[in-house]
Design a protein around this ligand. Structure first.
Ligand code: ATP
Length: 315
């Protein structure tokens, strides 16, 4: 397996006949979860991925697992919890800049994940373990599972990638800050945004932030700066890799996950860090063009076309 990831995917409802949930009578039913967004993005680019999670013993859980399996992600490590439901969330896209989410995930099946749900051998065989700061926020047992997964990865020399993916609605500021910093100190590659850096270190200058993250111990820090692209920082160098222009942002949710998929894809193929970040920028930009958390993620042909288009008019 190229990349294994751990986390909660939920059923996602979006209002259909009004952008506002308050007035909408019909909703479209999709799925969304940061970790499976990344796995699906990687699978579309030709990499093998696996997802560790739990779903409820309900119709939504069954539909979700078959959908994600249908996208080509290995779901052999997804368990069913007989006592807890599959989580839900609702997303209002009021504009490209104003997206609001409402979770119904407290006590969900995925929040019941424990260290006993991890298969050491499965993680050991991966090249990368991709984690986010969402999973440890779900419950104490999820937090412990994430630490255990990192320990398995380290034992077997699997590279650990961490996207802090701060979700303020899931935990207190103090707990979030201390756990995100703890995990940032254990991983090989970190993919924060500037807002997350500001939350974790009280600093918003990208270059200072890059150095602060590196000081936690990671070998590579990639700091996302929205439409401007992303900075990368290694022990010896740092650079801003410019983003790709897009005509109009349709749905910004999932750009960070698309970015992670593009970056990891580049690293898997042995690209230079600069070109891997460029691939991340391209996938992130493409992801903003289609509604849905992962629907817009490109296959190889679309990615190449986008990267080589002379300017946004060709896209
Ligand atoms: P998310 O909201 O999905 O968690 P994030 O905050 O982690 O996203 P962003 O910086 O918003 O990350 O976006 C990730 C990457 O996607 C950026 O580094 C950039 O490459 C690309 N991207 C995001 N927004 C745009 C945009 N408006 N135009 C072009 N590229 C974009």
């Amino acid at each position: 397996m190229d990349v294994v990831t751990i986390g909660e995917t939920m059923v996602l409802f979006t209002p259909e006949d009004s952008p506002l949930m308050r007035y909408s009578h019909s909703y479209s039913r999709k799925f969304g979860g940061a970790e499976t967004n990344v796995a699906i993005g990687l699978t579309r680019l030709g990499h093998s991925t696996g997802w560790i999670s739990k779903v409820g013993n309900d119709e939504f859980g069954k539909a979700m697992v078959s959908f994600i399996r249908g996208e080509g992600v290995d779901t052999s490590q997804v368990k069913t919890d007989p006592h807890a439901p599959t989580g839900l969330y609702f997303k209002e896209v009021r504009s490209g800049e104003d997206v609001r989410v409402q979770y119904y995930r407290s006590g969900s099946a995925a929040s019941k994940l424990t260290v006993n749900d991890l298969n050491e051998e499965y993680i050991a065989k991966a090249k990368y373990l991709h984690l986010t700061g969402i999973t440890p926020a779900l419950s104490d047992s999820c937090y412990e599972a994430i630490l255990k997964a990192i320990a398995f990865a380290k034992k077997h020399k699997v590279t650990v990638i961490f996207d802090p993916n701060l979700r303020r609605k899931l935990w207190s500021e103090e707990k979030a800050r201390s756990v995100l910093l703890e995990i940032a100190g254990l991983v090989d590659i970190i993919l924060p945004g500037v807002d997350e850096g500001k939350f974790m270190f009280g600093e918003s200058d990208p270059v200072k932030l890059g150095r602060l993250f590196l000081a936690q111990g990671a070998d590579l820090v990639v700091l996302k700066v929205g439409s401007k692209g992303a900075y990368y920082f290694t022990r010896n160098s740092f650079q801003l890799v410019s983003g790709f222009p897009v005509k109009k942002v349709i749905d910004p949710v999932g750009a960070g996950d698309g970015f992670a998929a593009g970056l990891i894809s580049g690293l898997l193929e042995g690209l230079t860090v600069e070109l891997a970040v460029q691939r991340g920028n391209a996938v992130g930009a493409i992801a903003t063009q289609i509604p849905g958390d992962f629907e817009g993620l490109p296959d190889r042909e679309e990615l190449e076309r986008f990267i080589h288009a002379k300017d946004a008019e060709d896209i």
